[in-house]
Design a protein around this ligand. Structure first.
Ligand SMILES: CC(C)(COP(=O)(O)OP(=O)(O)OC[C@H]1O[C@@H](n2cnc3c(N)ncnc32)[C@H](O)[C@@H]1OP(=O)(O)O)[C@@H](O)C(=O)NCCC(=O)NCCS
Length: 140
């Protein structure tokens, strides 16, 4: 396995190259994350975490929370060349460490459930969602 230098984690949006973040989401097949909406979503989030190899952005995640009861984690991504080296675990653990709440939600495809299972996430019964796809992108 290729050796990866320890990545640096950053817990704020200072100096983030937002186009690199959009590219990261494209590379990791996280659809529906485009344009300046991505920057605004991270800047408005309560917790953010970015991972860097030198100057290169290789991972990200964010969370919304009241920091009392509830939180939801979004946009967890690690660059394909850097996956399976513990970086995603470090990013999520960093986000979790900033969330002093009893219930943390996220949406996970079947294939990444083992990743989240190791971090303590389990299927949780009664979640409902209201979807409006027209709001997924900024108006042209
Ligand atoms: C999911 C993701 C963030 C994991 O990041 P990562 O840095 O590769 O994860 P880690 O190296 O910390 O993985 C730790 C463990 O989780 C499990 N795991 C990680 N990715 C997995 C996968 N795709 N399938 C099954 N198990 C996985 C493994 O047990 C792994 O340990 P191992 O490599 O020793 O077997 C990354 O694969 C990714 O960006 N995927 C595409 C985007 C995505 O699906 N994001 C989640 C949105 S909900």
């Amino acid at each position: 396995m290729r050796q990866i230098e320890p990545v640096r984690l950053q817990r704020d949006c200072t100096g983030i190259d937002w186009r690199a973040l959009v590219d990261l989401f494209k590379l990791t097949d996280l659809a529906g994350r485009e344009g300046d909406k991505v920057r605004r979503s991270f800047e408005k989030s309560d917790v953010v975490c970015f991972a860097f190899d030198g100057p290169k952005l290789v991972g990200a995640a964010r969370a919304l929370s009241d920091c009392e009861y509830h939180a939801t984690i979004y946009d967890v991504a690690v660059h394909p060349d850097y996956q399976r080296h513990g970086i995603g675990t470090r990013i999520v653990e960093e986000v979790l460490s900033a969330l002093p709440v009893w219930r943390i939600l996220l949406v996970a495809d079947d294939d990444v459930r083992p990743f989240y299972g190791r971090l303590g996430f389990q299927p949780f019964g009664d979640i409902l969602a209201r979807i409006d796809k027209l709001r997924l992108y900024d108006p042209k």
